[in-house]
Design a protein around this ligand. Sequence first.
Ligand code: PEP
Ligand code: MN
Length: 318
Amino acid sequence: MTILFTKGLSVAGRRALKTALAGLLPRARFSPAPGGLELSGPDPRRLADAAPAIENLPGVAAVKLGMAEACPLACSRRAPSRRPMDFSRGPVFIAGPCAVEDEASYLASAAALKAAGAHALRAAIFKPRSSPYAFQGIGWAGLRIISKAKKLTGLPLVTEATDTRQVERLAAVCDVLQIGARNMRNYELLKEIALSGRAALLKRAAGSSLRDWLLSAEYLLAGGCRSVLLCERGDLPLHDGGLDLELMTEARRISGIPVLADPSHPAHDRAGALRLAAKALRAGADGLLVEASADPLSARVDGRHTIDIEAFRGLTGK
Ligand code: PEP
Ligand code: MN
């Protein structure tokens, strides 16, 4: 933790500040830093907890927590317990329509996507939509359908939980619980998913920083989640090139957590989604979460950027 002094802080002021700091964090060690002090020693959780009180001390201009101090678990590079997908053999492809709509179309897409190289299925039955009038997903009626798809293909299911009350029932069937961009900061949902025993796929909220994203991953890990995946999905809903691939690369470097990219939601159309998919893979994405189906033209939602099976096969190279 770096503590910056207010301008012109006297020697007596510094001494008083050190005494106050030692009172707040008895095990802390201090070393000089440009314009202030470097404080180390205490458990990162203690540092984060004490930061607001330190900020409030006379003589303190600012308090800065390093990323590894703010997110010790997310930055620890510790080996996760088994992941539902194997990331050691090249990019992992999670594919499926935006939403499960009906049994026949979903099972047809699931089988075709498996044959075209999917490693897991998008299986969204609850959809967080910007408009209350837009299709919200088929809800619990879809659970039977996605279970069937899992039996049929043997592929793990990735489904979004939009509310804490859905978590237990979804976790009984699905392998990965997705936290959508809108819910990245829904801390109660993160805590509930952490307790579910399932892996979590955490999207970056539009406009959020790497630190905020990793802090949300930290909630999952601190809550007991043993397998976290990150997914970069861009900042603007309707702009090609909207994936922040620099931030994705930095997230991979700093955390060691697999980082996927969603090329679908930042794309204007399916050609744009394919361009973004190729770009993300070239930039080193650990995989893609991509909207793909057997019949994108009849999709109720997001068909415009959903790719078809042949285009998906082009991505996997199968
Ligand atoms: C999704 O992947 O189904 C989705 C809703 O995306 P986002 O949370 O990124 O908007
Ligand atoms: Mn969608």
